[in-house]
Design a protein around this ligand. Structure first.
Ligand code: ADP
Ligand code: 5GP
Length: 212
């Protein structure tokens, strides 16, 4: 039976663990299409262009926005980030799910768009602010001033926690991964996600009628 694609949005303050969790979800279900964002920030060590992000210049980014090529876009920590529209539309048309790692501004834009009925939004909270700081430091990929900037902005992001469908506290990584899998598995079974159910029930009805 066919299924309507979900737009699964993960947001959190920087360092709470959403990229780690997104990677685990993609390993769990290879049909899950990751929305590769475009960004004007510089690549971190180990990040691949076209896989983690499309690393673009500010004029390239602005051009894509002007051509209505972004499903959503926002300025985060002084850089531009946006989700290219075409791959998302193609996925939705063929009933595939898309996973987004985006901030609250992007989540809000998609939740208010024509695709809102496909949205499943999940917010990841850290167990504590001290642990959030520890994770940003332990990731070892940002300079101390960048980490400080992200810590200072973390409350901006956390303050939007109540706009999401689900909120998880990412204390134990394996437990949070399991909770995410449970949520996604259940949301895929929602009646609204299974348009072919109507035909199936009609078929059952006609079989039932044949008995009498
Ligand atoms: P985000 O994508 O939200 O900025 P990351 O996924 O990059 O965060 O995680 C930040 C750091 O915290 C990484 O080093 C990651 O391995 C670590 N981390 C993520 N989740 C947990 C967890 N539950 N317990 C301990 N460390 C974690
Ligand atoms: P980072 O620079 O750590 O990869 O990401 C910084 C923040 O930007 C994170 O909160 C991340 O979720 C967000 N982000 C990444 N891509 C996008 C995007 O396409 N749109 C929006 N709105 N935010 C994004």
């Amino acid at each position: 039976m066919s299924r309507r694609g979900l737009l699964i949005i993960l947001s959190s303050p920087s360092g709470a663990g959403k990229s780690t969790l997104a990677k685990r979800l993609r390993r769990w279900d290879e049909t899950l299409q990751f929305s590769v964002s475009a960004t004007t920030r510089a690549p971190r060590e180990g990040e691949a262009d076209g896989k983690d992000y499309f690393f673009v210049s500010v004029p390239e980014f602005q051009n894509q926005v002007a051509q209505a090529g972004m499903l959503e876009h926002a300025r985060v920590f002084g850089n531009y980030y946006g989700s290219p529209k075409a791959p998302v539309q193609a996925a939705i048309e063929s009933g595939r799910d898309v996973l987004f790692d985006i901030d609250w501004q992007g989540a809000q834009q998609i939740s208010n768009s024509a695709l809102q009925e496909h949205v499943l939004s999940i917010f990841i909270l850290p167990p504590s602010i001290a642990e959030l700081h520890r994770r940003l430091v332990s990731r070892g990929q940002d300079e101390p001033d960048v980490i400080e900037g992200r810590m200072q902005k973390s409350w901006d992001e956390i303050s939007h926690w109540d706009g999401y469908d689900y909120v998880l506290v990412n204390d134990d990584l394996d437990a949070t991964e399991q909770q995410l899998k449970t949520i996604i598995s259940a949301e895929r079974l929602r009646r609204s996600q299974q348009p072919d159910l109507v035909d199936h029930v009609r078929m059952l009805q006609s079989q039932f009628g044949d008995r009498t």
